[in-house]
Structures are given as C-alpha cells and as structure tokens.
Design a binder for this molecule. Structure first.
Ligand SMILES: NC(=O)c1ccc[n+]([C@@H]2O[C@H](COP(=O)([O-])OP(=O)(O)OC[C@H]3O[C@@H](n4cnc5c(N)ncnc54)[C@H](OP(=O)(O)O)[C@@H]3O)[C@@H](O)[C@H]2O)c1
Length: 296
C-alpha cells in the first residue's frame, strides 16, 4: 500500500500516453490524483490499471471532452467540489485534426483542445490552486511550433494544414504560460511549460484519422522512440522537484530551460493571444502584471 503525501494533482488526457504515465508515477508517490479523460471506459480502464499497480485508493476519474467549453465548466465545478485542495494541474491533453473541424462553440478544434481548454480550465481552477499554494501549473508543450497568425487564429482564410494548426495551437501553450506566470507573480502558484521530447504516442489517433504525419513518424521511428514513462520524467521534474519550486514562466526541456520560439518571447504577442482567448472563452479578465520578461 502506498503512503499518501497529502497532495492533490489533476492531469488531463490521463487515460493514455504521457498523461497515463504521469498519473501512474504520481500515484506511486502517494499523490491523490484526478484523471481527466474524454471517454469514460478508457478512463476507468486506465484508473483501474494504475490502482492495481500502485495500491493508491485516492484516484478519481473525471470525464470531459475538452473540445466543448460547457464540458470544461462542468469538469471544473466537479473538481472544485471534489478536491478541497489542488497542488498541481498538468495540462497534458492534446490532439491533431487532419481537416478543419469546428466545435459546438464554433471554434476550430485544435485551437479549442490544445490552447483554449488549458486556458479555460486553469482559470476555473485558479482560486483552488491559489488557496492550496504552493501550487504548480505545468502545461505540456512541443517543439513542433508554428508562429500564430493572429489575423486568422481559426484557419478561416487559409488552407488548413494539420501540422501547422497543431503547431500554432501548441505555441499557444507557451504564450499562455509566460503571460500566466506574470499574472500569478507573488501568488505562490507557478506556471511552467515543458517539452517532453518525442516519444511513442497515440497522438491524434483516437479522433479516427491520425493523418499522414504521425502515421509516418510511428512507421519510421516506431519502437526506437522513448516510452511515455521516459518522457514523463521530464514533466515530473518540473511538476514535483523541489529545485523547480520557486521557478515560474520557464520553458523546460530535459531538466533545463529551453529557448522558446521568438514569437512566444514577445510579451505583446502573449497579451494579444491572452485577450483573444478571453474573448473566445468568455472568461473575466485576470489583472495583467507588469510588462516584463520572467524567463532567462
Ligand atoms: N508524443 C510526442 O512525441 C510528443 C512530443 C511533444 C509533445 N507532446 C505532447 O504530449 C502530450 C501528450 O501527448 P501523447 O503523445 O501522450 O498523446 P496521446 O497518447 O494521444 O494522449 C493525449 C491525451 O489527450 C486526450 N485528449 C485528446 N483530445 C481530447 C479531448 N477533446 N478531450 C479530452 N481529452 C482529450 C486523449 O484522449 P483519447 O485517448 O480519448 O484520445 C489522450 O488521453 C500532448 O500535449 C502533446 O502535445 C507529445
């Protein structure tokens, strides 16, 4: 039986890949873990596997499709009701779409799941995180970044390209993290982004059409790639290591800061996406901090 450490974490996309590996590792370390999955069966199967492997009795499944904002609101209400404290939020869920698709909110789906969902969920859990401080927000990013086209965030005027749409929405994770860190300065809640490396993945696969890029990566690199458990070590360092406790607004690679793409280092661009995201999610503005860089 695992010894509980009194800490609570919430992980999105916790039923497979990196998210599941993170949930398993935290459960082993005695965290109370909230697993967010969009499919109840897949979520329950992952939770049962983790419970059997760790003996951790404090695993909680939350079912929500993060492409829908009403689902994110319901998820946050359930988490706030269930968890009196929240010390760690890992925004991990992401996907890619081979064609331009719109959510029921009328938002392009890659932007909705990969950027707006972390943005909205984090806002809705922020009071719980602040009340539990010290607390950490870790968003899983990628190196497959493409500069955001601010005049066409939702691919209305350009031909939709899967990798670029994914890369833009995931660059949103960095814009978001840097601006969030400034706004949370002094709150006891840190915000960092981490690139987990390239690893074996099901990314985009469950949506029924993985697209040629990931199919090719899987076919060519296949089992030569690191496992999700190996990739999880990078994320766990940022999420739990005491050395990172006071660090915020940093983009991490393998236990070290990484240089972010130029557009994400532009504070005004961070703010531009923040304002657009407020409008697209309808959340109330969080007071802006000073216009300064926090990163090395
Ligand atoms: N794999 C890599 O080489 C790599 C490299 C750099 C960064 N990353 C990042 O690592 C993170 C994890 O990816 P992974 O490779 O572990 O992929 P994965 O195995 O496909 O995991 C992604 C998770 O997100 C969930 N998800 C997708 N769309 C969702 C939605 N609409 N609502 C709720 N959950 C949803 C998936 O649920 P389902 O199982 O239901 O689809 C799955 O649990 C992502 O942020 C990705 O960008 C991966």
């Amino acid at each position: 039986m695992v010894t509980m450490n009194g800490k609570t974490a919430l992980i999105t996309g916790a039923n497979s890949g990196l998210g599941k590996a993170l949930a398993l590792a935290l459960a082993h370390e005695g965290w109370r873990v909230g697993l967010v999955a969009r499919n109840a069966e897949r979520g329950a199967a992952a939770m049962a596997e983790i419970a059997a492997a760790t003996g951790n009795q404090e695993l909680h499944l939350f079912v929500a499709d993060l492409v829908e904002q009403t689902e994110i609101h319901r998820l946050a209400a359930e988490v706030n009701a269930q968890f009196a404290q929240l010390h760690l939020l890992i925004n991990n869920a992401a996907t890619a779409y081979p064609t331009r698709q719109l959510s029921s909110d009328g938002i392009e789906c890659a932007l909705a799941v990969n950027h707006l969902a972390p943005f909205l969920l984090t806002h809705l859990l922020l009071e719980r995180l602040k009340a539990s401080a010290p607390a950490r927000i870790v968003t899983v990013g990628t190196r497959m970044n493409t500069a955001l086209e601010f005049n066409d965030l939702q691919w209305e005027r350009r031909r939709y390209r899967q990798q670029q749409a994914y890369g833009q929405s995931k660059l949103g994770n960095l814009h978001f993290t840097f601006e969030l860190a400034r706004r949370l300065d002094g709150s006891g809640v840190t915000a960092n982004c981490v690139f987990p490396g390239v690893f074996r993945s099901n990314l985009g696969g469950t949506d029924g059409a993985q697209g040629w890029f990931w199919t090719l990566v899987a076919a060519v690199l296949g089992w030569a790639l690191p496992t999700p458990e190996q990739a999880a070590l990078r994320v766990l360092f940022v999420a739990t290591h005491p050395l990172v406790g006071g660090i915020s607004g940093t983009y991490f690679g393998n236990r070290k800061p990484l240089r972010a793409p130029a557009q994400a280092l532009d504070v005004r661009a961070n703010r531009q996406l923040w304002r657009a995201s407020e409008m697209l999610t309808g959340i109330l503005p969080l007071a802006p901090g000073p216009l300064r860089q926090l990163r090395p």
